[in-house]
Design a binder for this molecule. Structure first.
Ligand SMILES: Nc1ncnc2c1ncn2[C@@H]1O[C@H](COP(=O)(O)OP(=O)(O)OP(=O)(O)O)[C@@H](O)[C@H]1O
Ligand SMILES: [Mg+2]
Length: 377
């Protein structure tokens, strides 16, 4: 690359990064542009999370051997470049002499490697914070020269700064949502909640100024309805509060079971799940408990959540010892369908098994993928 081409590359990447707002999209776009404007053939980017786990989030023009089985050799296992990067030993753009991932794919004859044998690695950082790792390669290229590594480093610096900006804006958005939910909870508490309370006690007080039994009956109805609504409102307000979001899932199910007057025993082997999973499991679990309360006449409910980090899968089970039902002949409510749909939406499954007079089991299996936490219902 000549000087002008280098400057054009740096400027184009800066322009692109300046307008991107989503992490993974940004990383894919910047990789595409880097390959388009340089003489590099292929590349891939790993993103790190706080637990130092990595995820392949962007890739382009991979050779057949690395594309093998949905990029299995890039997505799984460890390698020296990631270890060095996470261990703080890969501080700048470096030639990787031997890449285990490529070597393995070649040795195991996973397809044509298209002359891709070695790659250069550059950490993606902003300040002290390490976000990921950029790897690039070209056919039969065994060594990147000083200038090439220098350019890659400049690009990685720009990407790191964009990562920091996007993360900050994600955190701000989350904070904003939490503040908004708290405000709504406060307003509901101070308006509707207080009014319901007044209606309830006005109905009670009004009974004293009339002997008419029909009026008494209506006032009792008003009293009971406003009391129920008050309890519902309290629950809603609690669900809106950010403390509720911070409260673990297990605690929430115990609380919900208590509200439905069910005897619920929870065993949770993992408390902290990604946001998308937590919301789905909470919604499915709520419907399963609603069904137990409405239809099962059960004396006990067991809720289990396990995470298999090897596969990785989350298994969530709600089991009751109630009257059971014939699943194929169940009346068509929305509950069972929406539990299955919710699991399918995030590539999981929900199975319902039941035996008359023995009870019902709702089993949910959902793949565990890494994702930024999302808050919401
Ligand atoms: N745990 C359970 N024990 C016994 N019967 C159940 C249980 N869960 C579901 N059922 C049966 O399956 C039927 C369908 O459940 P589904 O949740 O789809 O609808 P629903 O609860 O009747 O209505 P909704 O649309 O409000 O959920 C129920 O009407 C009930 O007969
Ligand atoms: Mg239901």
């Amino acid at each position: 690359m000549n000087r002008n081409e280098e400057l054009f590359l740096i400027k184009s990447i800066a322009e692109l990064l300046n307008k991107e707002t989503k992490m993974e999209e940004m990383l894919q776009e910047v990789l595409n542009l880097l390959l388009e404007l340089s003489n590099l053939q292929t590349g891939w980017i790993f993103l790190f999370d706080e637990q130092h786990d990595f995820q392949l989030v962007a890739y382009a023009h991979l050779p057949e051997a690395l594309e093998y089985k949905k990029r299995k050799h890039l997505c799984e296992g460890g390698c020296r470049c990631i270890d060095r990067c996470l261990g703080g030993k890969l501080l700048k753009a470096t030639n990787i002499i031997e890449c285990e991932r490529i070597e393995y794919a070649i040795n195991e004859k996973r397809g044509n490697h298209e002359g891709i044998i070695r790659h250069a690695s550059v950490p993606i950082k902003s300040g002290d914070h390490l976000y990921g790792l950029l790897n690039v390669a070209s056919p039969h290229k065994l060594q990147f020269n000083h200038d090439e590594l220098h350019i890659l480093e400049s690009v990685a610096f720009q990407i790191g700064t964009a990562c920091a900006r996007i993360r900050l804006s994600e955190q701000e958005k989350t904070m904003h949502i939490l503040e908004e939910r708290n405000r709504l909870a406060r307003d509901l508490h101070d308006s509707v909640n207080q009014n319901l309370f007044s209606i309830m006690y006005t109905a009670k007080g009004t009974k004293g100024i009339s002997d008419n039994l029909d009026i008494h009956e209506s006032l009792d109805e008003i009293y009971n309805l406003s009391k129920e609504s008050l309890a519902e409102m309290k629950d809603l307000i609690w669900q809106l509060r950010s403390d509720y979001i911070k409260e673990g899932l297990k605690r929430r199910f115990e609380r919900y079971g208590k509200k439905l007057k069910l005897s619920v025993t929870c065993h949770f082997y993992e408390e902290k799940l990604p946001g998308y999973l937590e919301t789905t499991i909470w919604k499915i679990g709520q419907e399963a408990l609603n069904n137990v309360s409405k239809h099962a006449n059960a004396s006990k409910v067991f809720i289990n959540l396990t995470v298999d980090t090897q596969s990785p899968y989350v298994t969530f089970v709600v089991e009751d010892n109630g009257c059971g039902f014939i699943v194929d002949q169940a009346s068509t409510g929305f509950g069972l369908t929406s539990m299955r749909e919710r699991a399918n939406l995030i590539d999981g499954n929900c199975y319902i098994t039941s035996k008359l007079n023995k009870g019902t089991t709702v089993s949910v299996h959902i793949p565990l993928r890494k994702e930024g936490n999302t808050i919401g219902n």
